[in-house]
Every structure is written in structure tokens, then in C-alpha cells.
Design a protein around this ligand. Structure first.
Ligand SMILES: [Zn+2]
Length: 189
């Protein structure tokens, strides 16, 4: 059954700290694997981040960071969603990295993503793609209104990020607010 939706969005034509292959210069303290070279710190925030395409309430950087607008953040605060953090930048007070902290277990027995090139050193795959159809373990009813993330991360190289998952009710509320940039995919329990 459908328990919720993943929340996706268009690209905002911006990079947080890297492109798929390379970490950009000046990213002090960003840890990378000595073997495969890809970043291993997925919490890293580039405080000097510059947002190029600023028209969306929800969008992704090319390196997989979900970015929300001030309007989106204020909506979440108003709804009193818990388990949700926002990282700020020095360069703008209008956009934030949005990070759900409640983790759902992606079910590898029923979902069949594609895994490529495991790195023995950092124990990440170079690439994990095709997340859909997506199943979550141990959830047999609709998710409560709010935000969640998958334990598994998707995409390639430095672009990997978890699925952001929301409840059905959350999706309705977001649509009603007419947030720009929202795309949804079904998540099954
Ligand atoms: Zn590695």
C-alpha cells in the first residue's frame, strides 16, 4: 500500500560543494575517501553557498542537497513538524538545506535499485540508482503527517542523498500552499 510520497524537485542550477566527480576548491574540512575520492561527509554545509535559480520553494543542488525557501521553512514551523532541521548559510537568509532526521528503512528485498562499484575503503557504492518502485520495511500504515528520510542514499559520485519522504496529508498541505517545484513519487509500505 502507499504509505506516503517521496518529495523531489527541479535542479536550482547550483552546487553546494562538489560536482559528480570532483570536490570544489575551498571546501575546508570536507572529508573524502582516500580510495575512491568521493566525499564521505554528507552533512557538510558550504556557508558561502550561492543559489543561482531562486524561483523554487523546493529544489536540489546538482550535488544532491535539498534546498527549501524561507516560505517552505515557515510553513514547516507553523505546522510544528518535528524531526526536521534546517541548515543556514552566511550568504542568504532566504534558502536552507532541509534535513529530516527520522530515518525509514528502505526495503532491499522488494525494491530493486541498481548498485555499481562498491568501495572497500569508505564502504559506499559509487552509484545507487533506480530507487523506484520504492518499498519501506516495517511500516504497515500511512505515515503520520511530517517528514522522513530513507537510510539508503541514491545517485552517483558526490551527488548521493537520501529520499525525502512525506506523509499523504503533508503532500496535500504542501499542494494547498502552492509551493513551487514540488514533485512526488509513491512510497510503499
Ligand atoms: Zn571510497
Amino acid at each position: 500500500m502507499i504509505i506516503g510520497y517521496s518529495l523531489y524537485g527541479p535542479d536550482n542550477d547550483s552546487y553546494m560543494c562538489s560536482d559528480c566527480e570532483n570536490i570544489h576548491e575551498g571546501m575546508e574540512g570536507l572529508k573524502a575517501c582516500p580510495n575512491c575520492g568521493y566525499r564521505t561527509d554528507f552533512q557538510y554545509v558550504n556557508k558561502q553557498f550561492k543559489m543561482k535559480r531562486r524561483v523554487y520553494d523546493f529544489s536540489f543542488t546538482y550535488d544532491g542537497y535539498p534546498i527549501c525557501s524561507l516560505r517552505f521553512k515557515e510553513f514547516c514551523v507553523r505546522q510544528k513538524y518535528r524531526n526536521l532541521e534546517f541548515d543556514e548559510f552566511d550568504t542568504t537568509n532566504k534558502f536552507y538545506i532541509i534535513r529530516p532526521t527520522e530515518i525509514l528503512e528502505y526495503d532491499l528485498t522488494r525494491s530493486h535499485p541498481r548498485f555499481d562499484k562498491f568501495c572497500d575503503t569508505c564502504r559506499n557504492f559509487e552509484s545507487v540508482t533506480k530507487p523506484y518502485p520504492a518499498y519501506i520495511q516495517n511500516i504497515t500504515k500511512e505515515l503520520a503527517d511530517g517528514f522522513y528520510r530513507s537510510d539508503l542514499m541514491f545517485a552517483s559520485g558526490n551527488e548521493k542523498s537520501p529520499l525525502i519522504i512525506i506523509g499523504k496529508e503533508t503532500r496535500e498541505r504542501l499542494k494547498k500552499e502552492k509551493m513551487k517545484g514540488l514533485e512526488f513519487q509513491e512510497i510503499n509500505g
